[in-house]
Design a protein around this ligand. Structure first.
Ligand SMILES: Cc1cc2nc3c(=O)[nH]c(=O)nc-3n(C[C@H](O)[C@H](O)[C@H](O)COP(=O)(O)O)c2cc1C
Ligand code: SF4
Length: 411
């Protein structure tokens, strides 16, 4: 996306314009170009961006653009890194998207807790305003920070004056979002790619990546690697190569968690050979927002999973049954299993409870937790048996999982 990433300095507006040239004028062909480029969303679900642009553009009313810079996934750092190093690329993309869909404002949503980032982007936006760079106003929004406050309907709910809790769809945000208007919610990395496609064209974009997952992508590698952090890579690169690019490991790995806290555990060495792309990981896993968490051989995978489930349970919006009852019950059962206190009957109950989570909430939060829990029980079957018969294994945990503090502030 930019060579400067390698040395970690932020591009000022002057440097950005010198490096990338003046912002391209949005043509009527931009949506088509994004479609030809095959750009997919980098916020987790991988939805084709051109489909969303088209739906919002054809919404029949003045539209709104929401740039999702919340990055609530605890293992991810890519959006914070991108916003720190190439903020103008993201903002160029947001303005181009707004012009393409006929929007009259852009809300850049950031967590209120990241004060340095908020300050930096407020300054960046003001600098662009003074330079009269943007045809559409950009409003920097300081949103409540929590795992689900960054979900698209939660952003819209909050921008409409409500709590930042997900709401059930339909109507979908592209049909009726902010102030009832068609609303394009797009991850900030997606917008940066859009800005580059507008400048260099779809053919240029497709020179990287695979036919099904074109372009480059930002990923975060965390856990037992020497240099945890963010990489710009091509989809389809093998998991083992990405671990090497993150400095390699000091100790053998037993597994990787792919896709983040709502992702899937896979054992090594099987996982190491897989191409890290949506199609390359299917049907075993998905890249989510581009996360690889490396688990060393001496960590307890059940204790790691129990910590993540406790975090996810604490971070539900407590509106729907699965968030209020199902997810905390699964987290408790898993914790008992990791502590070596569970009985075979509890394990049966845990399997049943996990099966009841997906598809029942107004958003996908419980589905992600169920995926993680189910993958742990399958991938670490031998560890489950060991904990049932011999009690706790005493191995440590090592992943940077946040404390299970309940999201308190929704407004
Ligand atoms: C629980 C939950 C949390 C989410 N958090 C984020 C987030 O932090 N950043 C983000 O861009 N998308 C997040 N998403 C996805 C958004 O709802 C939305 O699909 C995305 O911003 C669309 O942008 P994209 O198409 O460019 O990926 C989350 C989804 C769920 C279900
Ligand atoms: S499933 Fe949970 S997070 Fe999603 S809308 Fe319902 S209560 Fe909120």
């Amino acid at each position: 996306m930019d060579a400067r990433h390698a040395i970690g300095t932020s591009l000022s507006l002057t440097e950005h314009l010198r490096h990338h040239g003046p912002g391209p004028r949005p043509g009527p062909r931009l949506i088509e170009a994004v479609g030809e480029a095959g750009l997919t969303g980098r916020g987790g679900a991988g939805f084709p961006t051109a489909h969303k642009l088209r739906a919002v553009a054809e919404g029949g009313r003045r539209a709104v653009v929401v740039a999702n810079g919340m990055e609530s996934e605890p293992f991810s750092r890519k959006d914070q890194t991108l916003l720190a190093l190439a903020p103008h690329l993201v903002l160029d993309g947001a303005v181009l998207a707004a012009e393409a869909v006929g929007a009259d404002r852009i809300h850049l949503c950031l967590p209120a807790t990241r004060t340095t980032q908020l300050h930096a982007l407020t300054t960046t936006v003001a600098e662009r305003r003074s330079a009269q760079l943007d045809s559409v106003p950009i409003l920097v929004e300081a949103m409540p920070h929590g795992y689900v406050t960054s979900e698209s309907t939660a952003l819209v709910h909050w921008l409409n004056g409500g709590p930042a809790r997900p709401t059930s769809a339909p109507p979908r945000t592209h049909e009726r979002g902010v102030h009832g208007r068609p609303t394009l919610v797009q991850n900030v990395e997606t917008l940066a790619h859009l800005a580059l496609i507008a400048r260099h064209g779809p053919h240029w974009f497709r020179q990287a990546g695979t036919a099904a997952s074109p372009g480059t992508t930002l990923i975060t590698v965390t856990g037992a690697v020497r240099h945890p952090g963010v990489l710009e890579t091509e989809p389809g690169t093998r998991v083992s190569t990405l671990l090497q690019q993150a400095g390699g490991t000091d100790q053998p790995l037993q597994a990787v968690l792919l896709g983040g806290v709502a992702g899937t555990w896979l054992r090594t060495p099987f996982a190491l050979d897989l191409p890290f792309s949506r199609e390359g990981l299917a049907p075993h896993a998905a890249p989510g927002a581009g996360i690889i968490a490396a688990l060393p051989h001496d960590a307890c995978p059940l204790a790691e999973t129990a910590r993540i489930l406790a975090y996810l349970a604490a971070n539900g919006a407590q509106q729907c049954g699965p968030c209020r009852f199902g997810l905390p019950a699964v987290a408790d059962d898993f914790s008992a299993l990791a502590d070596g206190h569970a009985t075979p009957e509890q394990l049966d109950r845990l399997h049943r409870r996990i099966g009841l989570l997906p598809g029942r909430g107004a958003c996908r939060h419980p589905d992600g937790a169920a995926r993680l829990a189910a993958s742990a029980l399958t991938t670490f079957e031998a560890d489950v048996d060991h904990h049932l018969t011999h009690g706790p294994c005493g191995r440590p945990t090592s992943l940077p999982v946040p404390a299970p503090t309940r999201t308190e502030h929704w407004t």
